[in-house]
Design a protein around this ligand. Structure first.
Ligand SMILES: [Zn+2]
Length: 274
């Protein structure tokens, strides 16, 4: 099994009676749910970094209703297509959230007996992920400083999470696979139309990433129907617009009884060179 690395000295952490401990004696307790907090104490800039409990719960409630199941299915299929031939592939979910996609991937790859690692900067997310995926090893950590050994991963997955190419290239084995999930151009178009006078389409970015070979783009499109206002508000809290929402948007949001909207994602597949 690939060890997590000590966030203080960088040595491998070994499991010892409910804690992870390095050779220099730094020790990190596992929470009851199974995750371990690997943020060094001096690096906690915000008091509670990452998504707060409310946001994590809203996202979990939304995802558990299956609205994004087409995307989870496509991610799982891509993971099998690119990693399913390897035995015991090491797969890192970088920015795992509450583990909805981690679980889908781990399940789809079960025949390979994967070693699934998952990190998120939010401890509320890592806790949910640890409960949802007991076979995955979950840690609170930043994707910009992954507590993961160099050249150890067969696959890295980043779904709607910050991109840190340097770190992903570092932890991937030569020939390793990077799967990135991003919103498509018209993702949630009808939701935006309901809330904004002048909705704008998502920007389509250049697919080339430094250090990676681009393999393919897998588009995922579907329509979903949200029958109640709470689901719509949960969905809205998962979007970047949530942070800049004003009084006018909040009022329109509160008045939406139901919503049918398109959802659109892209899975971009990359390979690290040999
Ligand atoms: Zn240490």
């Amino acid at each position: 099994m690939v060890p997590f690395l000590c966030p203080i000295c960088g040595e491998p952490l070994m499991e010892q009676a409910g804690s992870l401990r390095c050779g220099k004696g730094h020790s990190f307790d596992k929470a009851r749910s199974g995750y371990v907090n690997l943020i060094p104490p001096n690096a906690k800039h915000a008091k509670v970094p990452g998504d707060n409990k409310l946001m994590v719960n809203a996202r979990r409630d939304f995802l558990e209703k299956g609205y994004y199941a087409p995307f989870a299915k496509a991610v799982a299929e891509a993971a099998v297509r690119y990693l399913g031939e390897r035995s015991h592939p090491v797969v890192l979910d970088a920015g795992c959230g509450e583990g909805y996609y981690t679980e889908a991937m781990a399940g789809a790859l079960a025949a390979t007996q994967p070693d699934v690692m998952a990190v998120d900067i939010s401890k509320f997310a890592a806790e949910k992920c640890a409960r949802r995926c007991p076979d995955a090893r979950c840690a609170v950590a930043s994707v910009y400083h992954l507590p993961i050994p160099t050249g150890s991963c067969d696959g890295v997955v980043s779904l709607f999470s910050p991109y840190c190419g340097e770190e992903y290239l570092r932890v991937l084995k030569p020939g390793g696979i990077f799967l990135m999930g991003i919103p498509g151009q018209l993702h949630l178009w009808e939701l935006k139309k309901a809330l904004y006078d002048e909705p704008y389409e998502n920007e389509v970015k250049d697919y080339q990433l430094e250090g990676f070979f681009f393999e393919e783009k897998i588009p995922v499109e579907a329509r979903i129907y949200l029958p109640d206002n709470q689901d719509i508000r949960n969905l809205f809290s998962m979007t970047p617009y949530y942070y800049k929402s004003g009084v006018d948007t909040d009022r329109k949001l509160a008045e939406l009884p139901d919503l049918e909207t398109g959802i659109s994602f892209e899975i971009l597949v990359y390979r690290k060179g040999k």
